[in-house]
Design a protein around this ligand. Structure first.
Ligand code: SAM
Length: 276
């Protein structure tokens, strides 16, 4: 079974549909100039890919995702917005259906943390990028997420997620500590010229992402239903999580959301590898 099952219901897709490129990974913009030929791997329902197509117009942009429902929604976006340089297709990050050197830039955002073989995915991204082009990978690391007011049970749960990174586990997999391994993963995939650009996300009342952070925790990570249920069930089976901790964590994020001076800080990074 592949990782997309965590995202294959309408709850996950609704969240992904609201995303914007410039909120997600600002340092990537420097690599995207008019005319650039781009592949977005694991594009989801496509709003970020659409933003990219506007930035590189008239350069052709392709989005691939293993989840057919996402590609159907992404196709609707193209029809609604009449964008001529954007196409989407179903595809697998581990075996991209493109010839060697097809793109100037091949990027992925929030994807390889869900893949049991991230190095193979990076090698595939490298293979379909032309010589002199760039592979751009947005990686998160849950070790650098901060909440104010503090949410101790939630933070305990966050730390527990790092136990779900066993690639031999066919049921559940999520690597939440990938960011710190960015240099290692890019090196293992064969990149010699690597740039790591960390950046910060701050969300507080009035910012676009504030309600999304709350919804993300309530609907996904702290929920025994929906796309992340399997992760929590696994933590319970491992004896790490219990119902009381989950409930306490939910109350904490509710209190965080209601606090007038609530702040959420995270530092994702962009790993850029030049194809030589
Ligand atoms: C967290 S979502 C990120 C979507 C989008 N890049 C974004 O940042 O909003 C992860 C995406 O990776 C896709 N995915 C998971 N495994 C994949 C694979 N092997 N090949 C292609 N896409 C995959 C999922 O279907 C999902 O759309």
């Amino acid at each position: 079974m592949s990782e997309e099952r965590f995202w294959n219901n309408n709850v996950g897709l609704t969240e992904l549909k609201g995303r914007k490129f410039l909120q997600m990974c600002p340092p990537m913009a420097a690599y995207l100039t008019p005319g650039t030929k781009v592949l977005d791997v694991g594009c989801g329902p496509g709003p970020i890919t659409r933003d990219i197509a506007a930035m590189v117009y008239p350069g052709p942009v392709v989005g691939v995702d293993s989840e057919p429902k996402s590609i159907e929604l992404a196709g609707n976006l193209v029809k609604e917005s009449h964008i001529s340089n954007l196409t989407f297709q179903v595809g697998d990050a581990l075996q991209l259906d493109f010839a060697d050197g097809s793109f100037d830039v091949v990027l992925s955002m929030n994807v390889i943390g869900w893949l049991r073989d991230p190095v193979r995915a990076l090698q595939e991204q490298r293979r379909v990028t032309r010589e002199g082009g760039w592979v751009l990978v947005m990686m998160a690391d849950y070790g650098n997420i901060l909440f104010y007011p503090a949410c101790p049970a939630l933070e305990k749960h966050l730390a527990m997620l790092s136990h779900l990174n066993d690639p031999s586990d066919q049921e559940v997999f999520h690597d939440t500590s990938q960011g710190r391994r960015a240099v290692e993963l890019m090196s293992q995939a064969g990149f010699k010229e690597i740039k790591i650009e960390p950046y910060g996300n701050a969300n507080y009342r009035g910012t676009d992402g504030f309600d999304g952070i709350y919804a993300g925790w309530m609907k996904f990570y702290l929920n025994l239903e929906g796309p992340f249920a399997a992760l929590n069930r696994k933590l319970i089976a491992l004896g790490l999580l219990d119902a009381q901790t989950l409930l306490t964590a939910q109350r904490e994020i509710e209190a965080w959301h209601a606090h007038p001076h609530a702040l959420y800080l995270q530092m994702p990074l962009l790993a850029a590898g030049r194809v030589t």
